[in-house]
Design a protein around this ligand. Sequence first.
Ligand SMILES: Cc1cc2nc3c(=O)[nH]c(=O)nc-3n(C[C@H](O)[C@H](O)[C@H](O)COP(=O)(O)OP(=O)(O)OC[C@H]3O[C@@H](n4cnc5c(N)ncnc54)[C@H](O)[C@@H]3O)c2cc1C
Ligand code: FES
Length: 251
Amino acid sequence: MRVREDDARHDAPRSRPGQFAQLLAHPSQHLIRRPMSIHDEGDGWRSFMVKPVGPATRELVALRPGDRVDMTPPLGNGFPSPEQLGGGPVLLVGGGFGVAPMHFLARQMDGLPNAPEYRILYGGRTRNDVELDVLGGLSGEVLPSTDDGSFGFHGTCVDLCTAQLDALGERAADAVVLTCGPHAMMHALHDAVRPRVREVFASLEEVMACGVGVCMGCVARTAEGWVPICTRGPVFRTGDVFDLDGEPNHV
Ligand SMILES: Cc1cc2nc3c(=O)[nH]c(=O)nc-3n(C[C@H](O)[C@H](O)[C@H](O)COP(=O)(O)OP(=O)(O)OC[C@H]3O[C@@H](n4cnc5c(N)ncnc54)[C@H](O)[C@@H]3O)c2cc1C
Ligand code: FES
């Protein structure tokens, strides 16, 4: 879904990959805008991949060209910049609609002269869950996986990532893995690959309301204590959120 800003200004904030905006159809039956990762951005527009899972997202996917959307500026911290990722291989692991911010990060890297070598690992349950069109025009390799083997690698994107690290050999120790997708998938990815690579970053999803750190409706337990995901995240080092003992890291 591409949203054009009517009042686009040249000084409007540009988004960083991994940031999100909050969206609501306008008019809407609902009060609270819903967070959506930014899939791409251009002059005066942003695009999103919206999965219809409930009332507000169903309203969004029912919109037609020319309909109106209420959209916030970019929110959250975003992924580390390509310069901060170091010179090793970069693996972008998207589970389902979690591939949206991976597209934006890959596009940013494509525009840089000394961008790291990257691959996108795109996992879905079946062939119908993997839409390669949403990753069109990227220079990096896109490797699909399906749980049932109906398309691409047969297995989860966690299995695929492990196989990719095996193929990298000693270079795996320099690799950085960035991921977005279902919480359980990202946790499993952390458990499988964190000890083998330089760093793993995950974009956490949580039900959100204000989006600006005020309502405390989206907190996660991290190595630094309970923090709002909307402002201190959504991107965290996985070791800071998945390695904690005791209480669950989501409320
Ligand atoms: C930072 C961030 C980025 C996101 N990016 C995308 C994206 O690119 N594309 C996309 O389709 N969705 C994305 N989501 C999830 C999306 O915000 C929810 O699916 C949406 O809010 C559901 O609203 P609803 O009214 O349609 O359904 P609801 O009735 O509110 O919820 C339907 C189901 O989804 C669950 N849910 C609601 N909100 C969230 C949430 N924020 N995270 C996880 N589960 C939720 C509910 O518990 C319920 O089971 C993102 C969420 C966050 C926090
Ligand atoms: S949504 Fe209100 S603090 Fe995060």
